[in-house]
Write a protein that binds this ligand. Structure first.
Ligand code: F3S
Length: 754
């Protein structure tokens, strides 16, 4: 069910050949990251040394994982490709759409009622196209992937930024947008800018209260939320070998919080132990045969400054436990120093909740270490001052932890055991203790702590720490509590000091599970009909986009966006998440966050057909109804932020033919191309100032659309005067074919039929 050992054998066979070849081509020893990248080239054997941070390279990932929120649009698009099955092993995981409120059983029941339509859709599409389906309650995508699918030396992509978690088992695993996943599912290559490499050398070993989480909390403090951008972070050294496999997963998981492309560790004994414990001894046996290929070359780790773009060294012997926050995961403070900082900044010292779990920290080891603290509260009669919430990472972990009495310890503290799902980590948390915008503090072992992330309250101050530190802080109820030095008063009035945490890397009796929640797809799903109710609010089957053609005249300016225009401005998240699978409904958020250069207001633009002002989606719909194409004008780095394809699909759906900007964020530019639109940049940036509110646009030479050839646009102003503007584009011939066919998927479908 979980993996295909023959596929992995083939990956390893290719790897030995390709790594040897890559070493020749590059002309020097290789890091682990390079070994994995060069052995997953779309074109097979390496014959070029790529320039890090510059060259765009086509890769062939081994696997794909989708979560329920992002899978909806990805699968709706995949259905457009006309393929009978996915080209690469793929799984869907239902974990984001389950709200944490009363506890696992009632919460899961409610989610199955409120989102049954979405879950049923995902289940039937998975069954039809050969995709493994993990039901709601089966677990959090990244934990399930680590337990079942990740393997040393592999490459995977996933439609969730914390896909990077699988680096804990020696993968290069990268979070992508749905459009990228669809390409790979449909048998196309996946393109990535060859990453830069940051080496983190770990020496010593963890001790006392310090945990793997503290390594990444420290790294986040050093590199900040942007420091890893465009880079793979590769951990190595004796300290790395001393960490458990799931601890490595935690570190890689939060690599997303420093903006890293991904993070990874070389294959070692901890990974072997984890593979064997999760019933994958055959992978461990294969990995052992090519051990030296599954880690960086000795020379690299001996003088890392020569081979990495940046090197950081952390001594685990002296590393202190940290709490990072509030509102940003890179604000790192050693535990014990938080009191004065909190007082100076007005952060509430009283802690209301301690939350343990999420994809970051929900392993068996995490739960047992936190339980070792919780048990002391019970045994030493210390009544916890905060509420406890626990999200086990998977049903396998929950079942095993229950069998071994670990969950009982938390229950003895009146903890709420939530579903094996994201819950509060993605704002799916109906907090019973507080309503409104009250200022308050929580501590959690998750990864993100941005404003509103956990409970929607902008004044919830969330601090990130290890599960055991979260347990200690929650028991004390104070943010400035330092369990290494402070004492607590128990019910008998005695001063009690908590002992250091201890845990079990892996369950001594082995993992067990009764119902994993996995559904194997049919061998042949061709007879399955996918039906979506035409009256559904949340799902809508896609209809192929019609080509925009090579003669666009009389188009109207929809909006000239002023200043920053990210994918959040173009397609907001928050409450709109609900409509991720319904293109028409979610299009009602199109560009509502963008500032109109005329009048400097958001969601307030002129409808040139009526002279009246209205919201962007409404005006766009009016143009569309009148058969008038539109264009969007923007500033620098238009479309930065997430890779969400909705930011390109919504304008396409509402009749935008072209987006003309000073510069693009590259992923968004590619997404526009995939949807068969024109993504253009001003040849002269100052031409942005020529665009007026009542402009009508004619494309003068679109019939000669070709690579490396400028396109000329005529802007006719309200007074009849004109400006003719030269624009640049980066379309190659294949991408021009996408445009001509109406979208990349239309082209795939056509090629399928041919
Ligand atoms: Fe994302 Fe779920 Fe993890 S919300 S951060 S995958 S727990």
């Amino acid at each position: 069910m979980a993996f295909d050992i023959d596929m992995i054998k083939k990956v390893y066979e290719d790897m030995t050949e390709r790594v040897d070849k890559a070493r020749e081509v590059v002309g020097k020893p290789l890091t682990l990251s390079e070994k994995i990248l060069y052995s997953h080239l779309w074109d097979g054997n390496p014959n070029t040394a790529f320039v890090r941070g510059k060259d765009y390279v086509n890769f062939a990932p081994d696997r794909i994982a989708l979560q329920d929120a992002t899978a909806q649009m990805a699968l709706l698009q995949f259905m457009q490709a006309g393929k009978p099955k996915v080209a690469v092993p793929t799984t869907v995981h239902c974990d984001h759409l389950i709200q944490a409120k009363q506890g696992a059983v009632p919460d899961l029941k409610r989610a199955n009622e409120t989102s049954s339509e979405v879950f049923d859709f995902l289940a039937s599409v998975s069954n039809k196209y050969g995709i493994g389906f993990w039901k709601p309650g089966a677990g959090i995508i990244h934990q399930v992937v680590l337990e079942n699918y990740a393997f040393p030396g592999g490459m995977m992509i996933g439609t969730d930024s914390h896909t990077v978690n699988a680096g804990g088992l020696g993968m290069v695993a990268i979070g992508v947008g749905g459009a990228d996943a669809v390409d790979v599912m449909a048998g196309m290559a996946w393109e990535l800018k060859f990453p830069k490499l940051i080496g983190v050398k770990l020496t010593g070993s963890l001790n006392g209260w310090t945990s793997a989480k503290d390594v990444i909390l420290k790294v986040a403090g050093i590199l900040t939320v942007k420091g890893g951008t465009g880079a793979i972070v590769e951990y190595f050294g004796e300290g790395a070998k001393n960490l458990s496999c799931t601890g490595k997963g935690t570190i890689c998981n939060m690599g997303a919080e420093i903006g890293a492309t991904t993070s990874t560790f070389g294959y070692d004994d901890s990974m072997e132990r984890y593979l064997r414990a999760t019933d994958r001894s055959d992978i461990a046996d294969e990995a052992n045969k090519i051990r030296e290929y599954l880690t960086g070359d000795d020379e690299v780790y001996a003088s890392p400054e020569t081979y990495f773009d940046q090197v950081i060294e952390i001594n685990l012997d002296t590393l202190r436990p940290h709490l990072n926050g509030p509102f940003t995961p890179d604000l790192a403070t050693p535990v014990g120093e938080l009191g004065p900082k909190a007082k100076a900044n007005g952060w509430p010292l009283k802690v209301d909740w301690g939350l343990i779990g999420s994809c970051t920290n929900s392993s068996y080891e995490d739960l047992t270490r936190a339980a070792s603290i919780a048990k002391q509260a019970v045994d030493k009669k210390i009544k916890p001052k905060s509420d406890f919430g626990i999200n086990p990472g998977s049903e396998q972990i929950r079942f095993t932890a229950e069998r071994d009495g670990v969950l009982k310890i938390f229950e003895d503290l009146d903890a709420t055991i939530f579903t094996n799902a994201c819950g509060p980590c993605i704002g799916q948390w109906d907090r019973s203790d507080r309503k409104g915008d009250e200022k308050n503090t929580i501590v959690h072992s998750f990864n993100r702590n941005f404003s509103k992330r956990a409970d929607g309250n902008p004044n919830t101050h969330a601090f990130v720490g290890s599960p055991e530190m979260v347990a200690a802080i929650a028991i004390s109820g104070r943010l400035d509590f330092d369990p290494m030095n402070d004492t607590l008063l128990n019910e008998d009035g005695e001063e009690i000091k908590l002992d250091e945490p201890h845990g079990l890397e892996l369950p001594p009796l082995g993992f067990d599970v009764k119902e994993s929640g996995y559904v194997e797809p049919l061998e042949d799903g061709s007879n399955i009909n996918i039906t979506v109710s035409p009256t559904s609010e949340r799902l809508q089957l896609l209809t192929p986009f019609t080509p925009l053609g090579n003669n666009i005249t009389g188009a109207k300016l929809l909006i000239k966006a002023f200043g920053k225009c990210t994918t959040d401005h173009i397609s907001m998240a928050g409450p709109w998440l609900r409509f991720r699978g319904h293109l028409d409904n979610i299009s009602n958020n199109m560009l509502i966050g963008a500032v109109n250069a005329f009048g400097k207001k958001t969601n307030f633009i002129k409808n040139q057909l009526t002279g009246e002002y209205g919201g962007v989606p409404d005006v766009a719909r009016a143009y569309k109804a009148a058969g008038v194409k539109t264009i969007v004008v923007g500033d620098h780095n238009y479309g930065e932020g997430s890779s969400r394809e909705h930011a390109a699909m919504e304008p396409r759906h509402l009749g935008v033919a072209a987006v003309l900007v000073k510069s693009f964020a590259r992923i968004h530019e590619t997404n526009l191309k995939k949807q068969g639109m024109l993504g253009l940049t001003f040849d002269k940036e100052s031409d942005y100032d020529l665009i007026q509110e009542d402009d009508t646009i004619n494309f003068l030479d679109l019939d000669a659309f070709a690579p490396d050839k400028q396109l000329t646009l005529e802007f006719v102003h309200a007074d009849g005067s004109k400006d003719v503007i030269k624009t640049n584009h980066t379309y190659n011939q294949a991408q021009i074919d996408w445009y001509n066919e109406g979208s990349a998927l239309n082209l795939i479908k056509k090629e399928n039929k041919a």
